[in-house]
Design a binder for this molecule. Structure first.
Ligand code: GDP
Length: 376
């Protein structure tokens, strides 16, 4: 990602010879220590209809009963098959290295397509691959290859490769590097030549006619061995997936596919990708950009402060309204109490007056009042 000019400058600097031991030659060991401590994460998704051999293949790959045994006959007879996603998380360990394995299963994928109608089923797989090839590393596999003759396997492989090419589906290509020795390069090429891998899965041990105990499947005419490269491509698939290219597969998903997906999503949301890394650095443009960033930051801070202020004001207002209501209630209560007291007193006064003998002055006054009242 470095612009060409600085690349030229850098390469000059890189040639400098060190005067003594500095220590960065130890970086690979640091990475190694950290990786072993942290453990690794690997996610694999298996796609295909029920009964295809997906769980057997995963168990065979990791040589562990990751999937509990399932009863296919019972499943198809009683409970309806569902199309959904299931994730199986397991921690496995080999020579002190921990691997957190996530297997994404798609039980029932393709079950609703009548597999007798080949073009339709094939169409669904092609559509599926097209939707996924930019998001995951696709590795096509022919399951249960022991149920086909060598010629049938070869013809099927050719057909699959033609379809993939015709529909421009991107499948995973194992890379080899400049630093790889010739043997590794040949190995990688050999692995690639086997795609789509013709697989036989079995987590059971069987005895061969010459008395060896192997992982395989026994037939009346002989035994097919999972780990025998003459019999199937399982060894090559495992080699690529686990022994030589697991890290590259992870890296490709993280650094390329996920980043592309993210960019696509952000662009969809209206964000523009930051191109600064790829263009020559223009100091003025950079300054303007920094200023814009700073201004944006200030605006944001101001907005944040405003929000806090507004919130505080609202809280205060709510409190005031509440105390006002309380005061009003108290006032009313006191007023009512006073009014009651007044009425009581008046009543007492009335009663007191009624109980007093009427004096001639009072009689006169009463008459006057009555008169006055009648005149109103
Ligand atoms: P899933 O539904 O795709 O997970 O299929 P399973 O792994 O449960 O396998 C379904 C059936 O196919 C089981 O009876 C397996 O023993 C059998 N099976 C799995 N892999 C192979 C294989 O490579 N060859 C043959 N002949 N049978 C297999």
């Amino acid at each position: 990602n470095t612009p060409p000019t600085s690349k030229a400058l850098l390469s000059g600097a890189l040639r400098k010879k060190l005067q003594g031991y500095v220590g960065f030659a130890n970086l690979p060991n640091q990475v190694h220590r950290k990786s072993v401590k942290k453990g690794f994460n690997f996610t694999i998704m298996v796609v295909g209809e029920s009964g295809l051999g997906k769980s057997t293949l995963v168990n065979t790959l990791f040589n562990a009963p990751l999937y509990p045994p399932k009863d296919h006959v019972g499943l198809s007879e009683e409970s309806p098959k569902t199309v959904g996603i299931q994730v199986l998380n397991t921690d496995i360990e080999e020579n002190g290295v921990r691997l957190k394995l996530n297997v994404v299963d798609t039980p029932g994928f393709g079950d609703f397509i009548n597999n007798e109608e080949r073009p339709l089923a094939q169409g669904a797989y092609i559509e599926f691959m097209k939707r996924l090839h930019n998001k995951v590393n696709l590795i096509p596999v022919i399951a249960k290859s022991d149920t086909m003759t060598n010629e049938e396997v070869a013809a099927f492989k050719e057909r699959i490769l033609l379809d993939i090419a015709h529909h421009k589906i991107k499948i995973y290509h194992a890379q080899h590097y400049d630093c790889d020795d010739q043997e590794t390069i040949n190995e990688t090429k050999d692995v690639m030549s086997k795609i789509p891998f013709a697989i036989v899965g079995s987590d059971k041990a069987v005895e061969t006619s010459d008395g060896r105990v192997v992982r395989g499947r026994s037939y009346p005419w002989g035994t097919i061995e999972v780990d025998n490269e003459e019999h199937c491509d399982f060894v090559k698939l495992r080699q690529m997936l686990i022994r030589t290219h697991m890290e590259e597969l992870r890296e490709f998903t993280n650094d390329i596919q996920y980043e592309n997906y993210r960019t696509e999503k952000l662009v969809g949301l209206g964000y523009q990708q930051d191109q600064t890394v790829f263009r020559e650095i223009d100091p003025l443009a950079k300054l303007a950009e920094e200023r814009a960033l700073h201004e944006a930051k200030l605006v944001k801070m101001e907005q944040d402060m405003k929000n806090v202020f507004q919130q505080k004001v609202q809280e205060k207002e709510a409190k005031l309204t509440q105390s006002e209501a309380e005061l009003y209630a108290k006032h009313k209560e006191m007023k009512d109490a006073l009014e009651k007291q007044r009425l009581d007193l008046e009543e007492k006064k009335r009663r007191f007056e009624q109980g007093r003998p009427i004096t001639p002055e009072k009689e006169k006054e009463k008459k006057k009042k009555g008169f006055g009242f009648a005149n109103k």
